[in-house]
Write a protein that binds this ligand. Sequence first.
Ligand code: FAD
Length: 499
Amino acid sequence: MNHPPESGAFPGDGTDVLIVGAGPTGLMLGCELRRRGIECTVIDRAPDVDPRTRAVMVHAASLEALEDLGLRAGLERQGVRQRRIAFHLHHGAVHTVEFAGLDTPYPYYLNVPQPAVERTLATAFTERGGRLLRSVRYEDHRTDGPGGQLLVELATAHGTFTVPARYLVGADGAGSDVRRRLGLAFDGITYPMSYLLAEGSPQQAVDPDTSAMYVGPGGAVSLLPLPGGLVRVAGPAAPELLGRDEGVTGAAFARAVDALGFGATLRLARTDRLAHYQVHERLAAGFHSGRAVLAGDAAHLNSPAGGQAMNTGFADATALAWRLAALVEGRAGDGVLADYARERRHAAAEVGRATSAIGLLQAMREATTQDLHRRVRESLAGYAEAWSQLYTTYAERPADALPRRETHQLVPGARVPGHVPHPSRPVALFRPGVRPEAYRGALPAGTRGLALSTRQSAWLPAGADAVLVRPDRHVAAVLAPDTRRPDGTPDHRREEVAA
Ligand SMILES: Cc1cc2nc3c(=O)[nH]c(=O)nc-3n(C[C@H](O)[C@H](O)[C@H](O)COP(=O)(O)OP(=O)(O)OC[C@H]3O[C@@H](n4cnc5c(N)ncnc54)[C@H](O)[C@@H]3O)c2cc1C
């Protein structure tokens, strides 16, 4: 890690991309930019990685992105693979969300504590030539001339200094100073109840590859296996369960959990840590302004259901990195930042819907007949796909629809699950049997041609031969031989979604 800087820690002309925040989002973005050879700097006001375990679930889309960076296997050694989430109802019924059928080489999620994720990313970033500066605080920024670079004011224990940067990314978390400086509203709600979290040794053995949710009449609590035989027990608690002046103690937590009526299953034999926090659902009014962009918690906050927050920040980083690389290398105009902002705001709103599990939990509480249980099972369909973030699409879909594998369509904006992209070039994925040469000349220079798997081919729209896929695994265009130029050469229909 680099040490707290004087202004001399930066090259004379500043930095191409200045990322504020060395959390999972900022570090992932830094690694993605270094993979593309882009000069960049990550700063953080904190002196080191935050040791609190916060997010733990790393879902399949994030595992695909981490594999691109060569970091997945190392993280797997620090985590525990999870095959399913089991919902235990207070009268004994169990409904499960299975992740095994996902279309990816990694059909599971990983429970791995956030500090391990951050350390892994920070090490990779600095080893790959990234500049990581800790104990440095972002204070302000201004634009230096029309359309020009940004001048960013930073503070250290030794004083303040100004650094020129071509692009600025606010990955500085929920209380983002960059967002405040950009004047972007962060509207939404704060949940009335607190969220409690305890980690330690369970009193009873737990299924090591199954995270669980216990749903009782008075609330719902999750039980997540962690490495080393430890578990996390977490859930919302009404203030009266805590005791007004008591604060958070192990005894208060045990009482709140016991009140649900699941007995010893949720008790800890030894408590290593306790945390207590408010849950918010918020979305920034915009994700960019000029050459400054927001990503991760700075841009969106959700309920902890399904462990989406860190994964959504990773997806922001993936969506931003190839565009920033194209901008820095002069291959794109600033409009691509507006595309990023539009697409990721849409995706974050969808994540918000997939984590609003209140209706689902209510249905579980009320499930007393076979028919009601069947309805609960039906409404669970789609959650593995939604929470995996493999099937995200920037195309419109009905507001209440979760992404289903069977109905996934490779239309512009759709993510291609299981696909391994090129870091900076588009890839054309052809239906098996289609000759790629037929499309030569209709594709951007340097496009690589690959075959779709049989599974993926089923998602092609009727009549389409291929899809052009961006470096963030989303479809840029659908190629179909249904229009031809007068000279007989193909003039394939291309529906563009972004530059
Ligand atoms: C107790 C707790 C439990 C959680 N549990 C879960 C969970 O189970 N599942 C889940 O998905 N998510 C969970 N989360 C949320 C998850 O931790 C966040 O979504 C994740 O950390 C977001 O990553 P980020 O990189 O966007 O922001 P952050 O991790 O918040 O990183 C922002 C960084 O920016 C730095 N920074 C802030 N302001 C400045 C500034 N002015 N100058 C320089 N640096 C600055 C901060 O020091 C910080 O390191 C939990 C959060 C908490 C607090």
